[in-house]
Design a protein around this ligand. Structure first.
Ligand SMILES: Cc1cc2nc3c(=O)[nH]c(=O)nc-3n(C[C@H](O)[C@H](O)[C@H](O)COP(=O)(O)OP(=O)(O)OC[C@H]3O[C@@H](n4cnc5c(N)ncnc54)[C@H](O)[C@@H]3O)c2cc1C
Ligand code: HEM
Length: 443
């Protein structure tokens, strides 16, 4: 049952105060939760906690849900992304009990006397409405996964540099149990779990599958994350050392301090750098079942054109789409448009596929944006992209589907250009290689 009118009013009245103190809520909530439940550090990405990106995403979604309670359909895509992420992290209903306790407690800390028993009950109900939507969807996804719903052991069966610079490397991963792997929808990702020497907690990261599905192994393609200059600076305050558990002293410590993760990352590129530098053929990793809402539905009988626009490691999931569609052999028109700062990963493979398939158009161009360069837009990039002709983008076909994956700035530019050309948002899909959902800013 939904909220009564009175409960909805109570929730709505407190939203402005909660929004205003969103950062504080996130900080207090996660710090106290991770202090009392240190085992949850095995689930959360310590870097996203440290930068505050994850807590902000969760609090923002709950507040959006509460303020939008009568029009939930608008949030459906966001909820789907979260549910897919949660199942890939093996989150279960019992975890929601823990989050409920600490989140409502953090709301109380911010609202003070305004958090009456009645308001508390209304918020608790609102939280559970949302939690039930998520756990309901997650239960369905787990069911679809069949027998594989937990961490599964893999070994690296092949390691291939994808660029001359060696900053993008593919890993073929074969299941230790030798049983056939389930197929996935091209575009989806897996979560990898690593134990990194010197760190107390496991590190979890998502990597898109970068090949057409095969029963014997999956392939991921990892780009070394070097962060930006800003990231390398020491944070204002440091929690914990690399090999220590949570030295979090007080849940109610400085509100302005968004450093939450119990492990302060020692360098950007913790997992990508470790995989590329230290992991070799034969080494063990763990994966969860492929998931994610960014994919091409290859069961769809529709064979309208597909335009794949990528930069950097974003080429991985798009290559999976290109290869899968081309293997289907239905003659579906496709455009492969790829920006790269130096060497374009997958270029040779893509050119080989296109040689045998006259329905594929290729465009490669150089761009500083391909590396997530946010210094400025180079005019070269704009010229290149805007110079793409009508046919390259299949603009004349009203059913063309667009898949865009690359750094945020890159996706914003591409999305803006497509929208300007009259493509409706519903035909453009973006994959964000981070926490939170990518949204095109509306002018
Ligand atoms: C759905 C999905 C699919 C993905 N697919 C791929 C893929 O196919 N290939 C791929 O290469 N990546 C992919 N990613 C990204 C990947 O999961 C990792 O986020 C990426 O490899 C970086 O992880 P890391 O441990 O190497 O870097 P981290 O150590 O986690 O650092 C990541 C970033 O955090 C910032 N940062 C780090 N430390 C600090 C600090 N102390 N203070 C402030 N900021 C800091 C920096 O900007 C740095 O660049 C995907 C992500 C998602 C969500
Ligand atoms: C109603 C309750 C919840 C909401 C609204 C919520 C919301 C979110 C959101 C918005 C994200 C970011 C998704 C993305 O775009 O990548 C996320 C990720 C995540 N959530 Fe939840 N969540 C809830 C419950 C839980 C619970 C119960 C747990 C387990 C304790 C959990 C653990 C995680 C983890 C580990 C991530 C990934 C973080 C990362 O990669 O940095 N969440 N959640």
């Amino acid at each position: 049952m939904g909220l009564t009118r009175r409960e909805a009013e109570l929730v709505n009245e407190t939203i402005p105060a909660l929004r205003q103190h969103g950062e504080h809520i996130s900080t207090v909530f996660y710090k106290s939760m991770l202090r009392d439940h240190p085992e949850l550090n095995h689930y959360f990405n310590s870097v996203n906690m440290h930068t505050g990106r994850q807590p902000r995403a969760l609090t923002a979604l709950i507040l959006a849900f509460a303020s939008n309670i009568v029009n939930i359909s608008e949030l459906t895509p966001k909820l789907e992304r979260v549910a897919q992420k949660h199942v890939s992290l093996v989150i279960h209903p019992e975890h929601y009990e823990i989050v409920a306790k600490y989140l409502i407690r953090a709301f109380s800390a911010v609202l003070g006397p305004a958090m009456t028993a009645e308001v508390n009950a209304a918020w608790t109900k609102a939280y559970w409405l949302m939690a039930k939507m998520l756990t309901g969807r997650e239960a369905i996804i787990y069911k679809e996964f069949g027998a594989w719903t937990n961490w599964r052991a893999f070994t690296i069966s092949k390691k291939t540099p994808e660029t001359i610079e060696g900053d993008i490397v593919s890993f073929n991963l074969a299941p230790v149990d030798g049983k056939p792997l389930p197929p996935y929808k091209p575009g989806q990702y897996v979560t990898i779990r690593l134990k990194i020497k010197g760190l107390k907690y496991c590190q979890l990261r998502q990597y898109s599958l970068s090949d057409a599905p095969r029963p014997d192994s999956y392939r991921i393609t990892v780009k070394r994350d070097i962060g930006s200059g800003e990231d390398s600076k020491p944070p204002s305050r440091q929690f914990g050392s690399l090999d220590d558990g949570p030295p979090i002293s007080s849940a109610a410590s400085s509100a302005s301090d968004s450093s939450i993760g119990s492990v302060r990352p020692h360098r950007p590129g913790l997992v990508s750098g470790t995989l590329i530098d230290d992991f070799q053929v034969g080494d063990a990793v763990e994966l969860t079942h492929p998931s994610g809402e960014f994919f091409l539905d290859t069961d769809d009988p529709n064979t309208s054109p597909v335009v794949l626009i990528s930069a950097g490691a974003g080429a991985g999931p798009l290559y999976a789409i290109l290869k899968t569609v081309s293997e289907q052999g239905k003659g579906r028109p496709m455009s492969w448009i790829q920006a790269s700062r130096h060497d374009a990963p997958f270029r040779e493979r893509v050119e080989k596929i296109a040689q045998d398939d006259p329905n594929i158009r290729l465009k490669f161009f150089r761009s500083r944006l391909a590396d997530g360069d946010v210094i400025s837009l180079t005019s070269r990039f704009q010229e290149d992209f805007i110079g793409l002709n009508w046919e390259d983008l299949w603009l004349h076909d009203k059913m063309t589907q667009y898949f865009v994956c690359g750094p945020e700035k890159f996706m914003t530019e591409i999305g803006g250009h497509l929208l300007k050309n009259g493509i409706p948002e519903s035909r453009i899909k973006y994959e964000l290689y981070s926490v939170g959902s990518f949204e095109m800013k509306k002018n």
